[in-house]
Design a protein around this ligand. Structure first.
Ligand SMILES: NC(=O)c1ccc[n+]([C@@H]2O[C@H](COP(=O)([O-])OP(=O)(O)OC[C@H]3O[C@@H](n4cnc5c(N)ncnc54)[C@H](OP(=O)(O)O)[C@@H]3O)[C@@H](O)[C@H]2O)c1
Length: 257
């Protein structure tokens, strides 16, 4: 097989769709997974204009059993997986006390558990083949708490911690791990009614394009980079926050108990 195989969750829209295009241009066989049948079908049509070497599946990644079944079927057909991109995710823009219990579960389960399920079922296969690369798409909201995004932030902070831990565990297995933390990107992410009042929706010019973000992710994959924070200016803000946090931790650890 003279091509690499990539699986992208949330490949039917936005960042995932554009990353699929970049991978197809670089001769990857690209398998996209999305939740909405019409989005998966439409995106596949677009992708096939670049290369026929792609396929798509509809799967709600909240459903652990369905994810396990789908992964088994994909691996049976392809016999290898070079790259897994855990990108599917969503949120509502509401204060914590406005979210229903169902909405809380839906956010955590899609963003965090969905990522873990795909890792859980694909890592043993990568281990067996002796190599692999996992990309987890978190967010700047996984590094900084933001109002009206509390549960989304919790899920993305969870992905950041999970991915950092995974990095050490996978290193010895020849599996690379990449963490992606973008700021606002112009995608369907903001389609829910609750985002009408989101500040970035009113300042569209400051938002990154999904094409740009996808190209940067592709570069990070090629360079086997651990962490990608976008836009670049945010790197300094996050670094600054981490320095202060470390100072606070050092101070707290010295307090008498
Ligand atoms: N846009 C931003 O400003 C931004 C910033 C930082 C991080 N991110 C993160 O980037 C990732 C991609 O988001 P995007 O901006 O490209 O948004 P998007 O255009 O709305 O794409 C989200 C993708 O996730 C899929 N998805 C959502 N829930 C799913 C579920 N339960 N099961 C399977 N697939 C599901 C969607 O499938 P269907 O379309 O088929 O329903 C879609 O393909 C997300 O993890 C998001 O949190 C986005």
């Amino acid at each position: 097989m003279n091509f690499k195989v990539a699986i992208i969750t949330g490949g039917s829209s936005g960042i995932g769709k554009n990353l699929a295009k970049e991978l197809l241009k670089d001769n990857y066989k690209t398998i996209i997974i999305g939740k909405t049948k019409s989005n998966v079908q439409e995106t596949l049509k677009e992708l096939k204009q670049i290369s026929e070497n792609c396929s798509g599946f509809v799967c709600d990644i909240n459903d652990e059993k369905r994810v396990k079944y789908l992964v088994t079927e994909i691996l049976k057909e392809n016999h290898k997986v070079d790259l897994l991109v855990n990108n599917a995710g969503f949120s509502y823009y509401k204060e914590f006390d406005e979210l229903s219990e169902e909405e809380i579960k839906e956010i955590v389960s899609t963003n965090l558990l969905g990522t873990m399920y795909f890792c859980k079922f694909i890592i043993p296969y990568m281990e067996k083949q002796g190599y692999g690369h996992i990309v987890n798409v978190a967010s700047v909201a996984g590094r900084i708490g933001l109002p009206k995004l509390s549960v989304y932030c919790a899920s993305k902070f969870g992905i950041v911690g999970f991915t950092e831990s995974l990095y050490y565990e996978m290193k010895k297995k020849n599996i690379y791990v990449t963490l992606v933390c973008p700021g606002a990107v112009d995608t369907n992410f903001y389609r829910d009614e609750s985002f009408k009042k989101f500040p970035h929706a009113q300042r569209h010019k400051k938002v990154m394009s999904p094409e740009y973000v996808a190209k940067e992710i592709k570069k990070a994959i090629d360079n086997k980079r651990f962490e990608l924070i976008l836009p670049k200016l945010f790197r300094f803000k996050i670094m600054f926050k981490d320095v202060l946090k470390r100072f606070a931790m050092w101070y707290v650890s010295r307090l008498p108990r």
